[in-house]
Write a protein that binds this ligand. Structure first.
Ligand SMILES: [Zn+2]
Length: 70
C-alpha cells in the first residue's frame, strides 16, 4: 500500500510510517510536502478497499455480460 497514494490537499505523494503507542503499532501516511497532512492507515486502506470492490464488481459484470454474449 505504498507508492501510489497522494495527498488530497497538495497531490504530493504520501509515505507510510508506523509509530508505536499503547503496546501496538499505528500506521500513518504522511504527506511529503510541508502541508503536514497525515492520514490514518486504517482510513486510507478502507478507502482503497471500497475502490477495489467497485472495480471488482465492474469486472464481474463485464465477465458475465461477455459470457452471455457468447
Ligand atoms: Zn499534502
Amino acid at each position: 500500500m505504498r507508492g501510489f497514494l497522494y495527498c488530497t490537499k497538495c497531490t504530493r505523494m504520501l509515505t507510510g510510517s508506523a509509530s508505536r503507542g499503547r503496546g501496538k503499532y499505528y500506521y500513518y501516511y504522511h504527506c511529503t510536502s510541508a502541508c503536514g497532512c497525515r492520514y490514518k492507515a486504517e482510513d486510507v486502506n478502507a478507502a482503497i478497499l471500497k475502490r477495489t470492490e467497485k472495480v471488482h464488481s465492474k469486472t464481474r459484470n463485464g465477465r458475465s455480460m461477455y459470457k452471455i454474449g457468447k
